[in-house]
Design a binder for this molecule. Structure first.
Ligand code: NAD
Length: 296
């Protein structure tokens, strides 16, 4: 595999383009928004500059990484020579299914089509194409250049040789790929999101306050940040939507989202991105200040 196309140049797409380009692949980065593409290139350059300053890469690697990336707003030209496409567009079923139908039409028949989705079934995405054996999940973690894991998700029809190729390309990025099967939440979110939901239930039931819950998990379990802080970083709307995927996907009440989470999302308290969640963020993300809703 030489030519990689990345669809969507937001938080995840620019990170995926960065790591492939830095590993010497030719990357075509595609987005419907020219502004998003310009922002992505700026972000990649800024992240490379930080790596140069820390002496993790040299100036020549920075320049070759940037030279390996070409941007496109037209999907057809952006994927024409792709051996592997990684879709990291907005998490919306209709958008993803349309992209995969188009990818099926525009790419070479042997091209592998991967999705970075956090919650949409890979089997469903594969079924929208005429090559479900070549459709697979590549779930990178945020921030992509830093996080080692790639959760590689086999759809019901994914061929074993496709999985093997995707495991191999992930290793070429210096990542650690882990193979899992396609059930709601895969492994990462199936375990992480119920933990976050349980932290919110503990707060809702008055078992403990925001700082107490996060401190127990930080100091007691050596987690780098508490589950409520992490929920604020992920976005409470994203947490709610993934809990609903688990709840509906398994039909098991143990995955029911906490009513407090539902209320906060309805009221627009989404965490860092809205400025207020379990903590207040309007002053930036360095200092932890419990939101006034949860002050004792
Ligand atoms: N943000 C995370 O922490 C995280 C972690 C793991 C996986 N994911 C998954 O990665 C994917 C992308 O998430 P994100 O946080 O980078 O989103 P984002 O909102 O930052 O970026 C999405 C980009 O997709 C573009 N886009 C929308 N429709 C498009 C189309 N038809 N063709 C091309 N581009 C299109 C948008 O213009 C935008 O630039 C989602 O599936 C999400 O579930 C996100």
């Amino acid at each position: 595999m030489k030519n990689i196309s990345v669809i969507g140049s937001g938080t995840m797409g620019n990170g995926i383009a960065h790591v492939y380009a830095q590993s010497g692949f030719a990357v075509n980065l595609v987005d419907i928004s020219a502004d998003a593409l310009a922002r992505a290139l700026k972000t990649i350059e800024k992240n490379l500059d930080r790596m140069v300053a820390k002496e993790r890469i040299d100036e020549a690697t920075k320049n070759s990484t940037l030279a390996n990336i070409t941007t496109h707003t037209d999907l057809k030209t952006g994927v024409a020579n792709a051996d592997l496409v990684i879709e990291a567009a907005t998490e919306n079923v209709d958008i993803k299914l349309k992209i995969f139908r188009d990818l099926d039409a525009f790419t070479k028949p042997e091209c592998i089509l991967a999705s970075n989705t956090s919650s949409i079934p890979i089997t469903k995405i594969g079924a929208a194409t005429n090559r479900p054996d070549k459709v697979i999940g590549m779930h990178f973690m945020n921030p992509v250049p830093v996080m080692k894991l790639v959760e590689v998700i086999n759809g019901y029809a994914t061929a074993a040789e496709v999985t093997a190729l995707v495991m191999e390309t992930s290793k070429k990025l210096g990542k650690v790929p882990v193979e899992v099967n396609d059930y709601p939440g895969f492994v990462a979110n199936r375990i992480l999101m119920p933990m976050i939901n349980e932290a919110i239930i503990s707060l809702f039931e008055g078992v403990a306050g925001v700082e107490e819950i996060d401190t127990v998990m930080k100091l007691g379990m050596a987690h780098p940040m508490g589950p409520l802080q992490l929920a604020d970083f992920i976005g409470l709307d994203v947490c709610l939507s993934i809990m609903n995927v688990l709840y509906e996907g398994f039909g098991n009440p143990k995955y029911a989202p906490c009513p407090l989470l539902v209320n906060m999302v309805t009221a627009g308290y989404l965490g860092v991105k809205s400025g207020e969640g379990f903590y207040s963020w309007n002053h930036g993300t360095k200092e932890l200040i419990v939101s006034k809703q949860f002050k004792k």
